[in-house]
Structures are given as structure tokens and as C-alpha cells.
Design a protein around this ligand. Sequence first.
Ligand SMILES: NC(=O)c1ccc[n+]([C@@H]2O[C@H](COP(=O)([O-])OP(=O)(O)OC[C@H]3O[C@@H](n4cnc5c(N)ncnc54)[C@H](O)[C@@H]3O)[C@@H](O)[C@H]2O)c1
Length: 366
Amino acid sequence: MATQPRLKLALIGLGRLGAIRARILAHQQPRIELVAVCDTKPGAGEWAVSNLPSTVKFYDDPEECMKSSGAEAVLISTATATHAPLICKGLDLDLHVMCEKPISVDVITTEEVLAKAAAKPHLKFLVPFCRRYDDSYRSARTLVESGSLGDIHAVETTCLDQQDPTGFFVSFSAQSGGIFVDMGVHDIDIGRYFLNVKSGLQNPKKQVNRVIAMGQQAVYGDLAKYGDCDNGWGLVEFANGKILTTHVGRTLRNGFEGMTRVCGTKGHSIINGNSTMDRVEIRDQHGVRTATTPDAFVLYDRSFINDLSEFSEAILDGKALTCTPEDAYEAAKIATALQYSFRNNVPVYFDDNGSPIMESTKISDH
Ligand SMILES: NC(=O)c1ccc[n+]([C@@H]2O[C@H](COP(=O)([O-])OP(=O)(O)OC[C@H]3O[C@@H](n4cnc5c(N)ncnc54)[C@H](O)[C@@H]3O)[C@@H](O)[C@H]2O)c1
């Protein structure tokens, strides 16, 4: 029997998500051969030796890894600030590129990266948004497409991280771009996924009319220094009249929750209403309880497998990617506009080219 071709892939970044990706690539991707991993931090090589098959080479220099490992594709799972230069390096070396969200924390850099990717149409470029690769979100999308919920007119989402007593979020905020850019981008993307935002447009370039955001530093007061908040609310009015509302937060006590309500004229659908770990309930003197997923890595565990399968099949079998660079770009523009709205206490309108009208990037004293 002929063996199926496998995609030779190198993974750059072995942090919280990268370590999960490395194990998936080594053991749960029959169409992918993990040829190399890379991280610049001390101890990463020892981690790779202890946790990965001996055939996987380790590099501490990402450029050397991309050039010399024999990889045809690269997965970039490093800190956000390094994404854009590493994507460009991969494309320059004629590698297919998959990169964790976001491409960049600023829209100009995002545009430059997307232009480079578009100039190499023979290479696949994927920025996967994890909810699109979650089996429950996919079922809900099938339901929406069947028409049984009627016309989908609005989406409500939450993305609420567990409170972290170390205050990691505060120092992270300096480079994350802020809560709407770092976390809200998932909610914006899933709103776009369900709201058919390209339908009914008078001007196809303009998908959004206006956005407004508000926020608080309910627990982490120091976030104000970075023009950031630990709880934020965003309202997006798409140009076809559909509405997205989102609540993003970092102060939950029970675990990580990510809920989406899809509102249709014939019915609503709620995905991950309780973000439970499993189907086990405890019934005791406190009432009825279930354990909550501790973080996004556990809630979306299947997504981090499904997106890699789609990436390899797109390259090996010529199948279409379900999440496009345009999706990453549109979500990035809205996320940046929401962060600006919160920082400056103003609504942000979009112009006829589909760009948010933001006069300066000042950080106010929230
Ligand atoms: N649901 C999701 O889609 C999701 C969830 C979590 C994280 N992310 C994204 O994944 C990325 C990684 O997140 P994380 O939580 O694993 O971060 P992390 O800080 O835990 O890990 C980043 C790793 O990258 C390494 N690194 C940094 N620069 C490098 C370089 N130039 N070359 C090689 N290695 C380098 C660091 O040493 C570190 O080990 C972030 O961009 C984040 O936004 C996406």
C-alpha cells in the first residue's frame, strides 16, 4: 500500500501554547512530520530532548531552523511581537506559514504582512482563530446554514480568563496591544463567522459602520498605565445592520469561560454556555456544580488539532482553508478600533475604504 505524503514542518516557539502544539505535532498529526523545533529561551533544548521524539532537531535560532531543517512549512507560536518578522522570514524562504493570532498589534504591520503573503499565492498562509476549529462552533455554523434559526441578526460573546494572582496580565499588557486586540479578536472573528458580514453591503469594502468600547480596571488597577482594562465591553455595528456585543475579561474566579449566543429570528443557539470540563455534576450542600475549564488550552483542545489538520490538507491535497488572511485583517481592524474607543472615550467610525477613523493613538488616563 502506498504511504501518503507527509508535510515536513518546523515549530518555532515552545511556550505555553507551543509546548501543546509540539506534542500534537509529534503524536496526533498523521499527515505531518515534525522535523524541528526552535526556541530562544534557556532550557528549551532540554525540554525538546525530554518530550519529543529523537528525530526532531532543536534550534535556538529561528532563521537557522527555517533554513536548515528541511521544513516545507513553519508554525510560529512565539510571542506576538515576533510574529510579523518571523512570518516574513518564512515567506521569503518559500515556506508555507501558519501563525498564532494576532499577526501584529498594529494594523499597518498587519497590512504589510498580508501584502507579502498575497504576493506568494503558491504558499498557504493561515492564522487560525480557535473557535472556528471547535467542533461545537462548527455544528452551530451548520445549524445557521440550514436556516433553522432564521435570519441571524446578532451575536453576543464572552471570553473570560481566570484571575491570575501573579498579575501577569499587567506586564503582558505592555506588549499585547490591549485586551480587545489580544483577546477580543477571537470574539470579533466568531461574530463575523456567524453574521454573514459580507452580505447586503452597498460598498463591499466597508463591512463595519461603527464600534464603541468601555472598560474597567476592576482588579488590576495598574492596567490603566497601559491604556488597558481587565473587563471590557465592545459593541460593533456591521454595515449590513448586524450587531456584535462582546464582554472580555481577566477576573473570573471559577476558570475560563468562552460563550457565544447566536441570535436568529426563529431561534437562538448558545455554544459553551457553561464551559464545563466534562459532564460531571456535584450535588451537595452548595447545590449543583460542575468544574469549569481552567484555560483556553483545555476548552479548545480539539481546535489545536483540527487547525493543523486543515493546514496540512490545504498544502498536501490543495483543499481550501476555512479561515482566510482577510478574516485576520478584518478582525484586526475592528479589535484595534475597539481598543482605541476604550482608550479615548469615543466611538470609532469606519471610512468608505473599510478602515477605522482614528486620529491618534494616545493612551488616556482611565
Ligand atoms: N487561542 C489561541 O488562538 C491562542 C491561545 C494562546 C496563545 N495564543 C497566541 O500564541 C502565541 C504564544 O502564546 P504563549 O502563551 O505560548 O506565549 P509564551 O510567552 O508562553 O511562549 C512564547 C515562546 O516563544 C519563545 N520565543 C519568543 N521569541 C522567539 C523567537 N524570536 N524565536 C524563537 N522563540 C521565541 C519564548 O522563549 C517562549 O518560549 C501568542 O502570540 C498568543 O497570542 C493563541
